[in-house]
Design a protein around this ligand. Structure first.
Ligand code: T46
Length: 145
């Protein structure tokens, strides 16, 4: 089995930039669905209070597209399409990272104050998760044949 390589500029990291509104009192970002975000959002959740040194994720989805926005703090996201891995720091409330279906994701190095907001195109469905990395590799590579 060929190795999955960590590669900068592999095209897995796709950002959406949001306009920061606000004034001298502070900032505000608004998501007008169908405008700033070209996704049909059905679910919103957020990760927070991740214990120091704990990593999360370690799965892919068969049929789910998500946009992850770090609204406070920072964490490091690793994305993997079965042949290439790429990573990015999420540390800005005005940048959303697109996570497409059949992409393995891992989240590491959460700062204590990290709040990761996720906009998801489907309702929660545990059967949509691929939590076994070898199974993911097999499915991802078969899909490319
Ligand atoms: C993802 C990354 C970025 C629910 O009941 N409903 C939900 O909508 C979600 C997302 C989770 N859960 C339950 C399932 C588990 O018992 O909450 C618990 C923690 O979920 P999980 O271990 O999947 O959390 P993460 O941080 O590993 O992954 C989550 C999302 O599940 C996943 O889709 O892409 O954040």
């Amino acid at each position: 089995m060929s190795q999955v390589r960590l590669e900068r500029g592999a095209g897995l990291i796709k950002w959406y930039d949001f306009q920061a509104l606000g004034d001298e009192r502070g900032s505000l970002v608004a998501f007008e669905l169908g405008q700033a975000i070209p996704l049909d959002i059905k679910r919103v959740y957020y990760l927070y209070g991740t214990a120091l040194g704990v990593s999360r994720g370690y799965h892919a989805h068969h049929n789910l597209t998500q946009l992850a926005i770090c609204v406070a703090g920072r964490c490091r996201m690793v994305l993997d399409n079965g042949t290439t891995r790429e990573e990015a720091w999420l540390d800005s409330p005005t940048k959303g990272l697109l996570i497409e279906k059949m992409i393995w994701r891992e989240m590491h190095d959460f700062s204590p104050d990290c709040v990761l907001l996720v906009l998801a195109t489907e309702h929660y469905d545990e059967s949509d998760y691929i939590r076994d990395y070898q199974k993911f590799l097999t499915e991802a590579r078969n899909a490319k044949k």
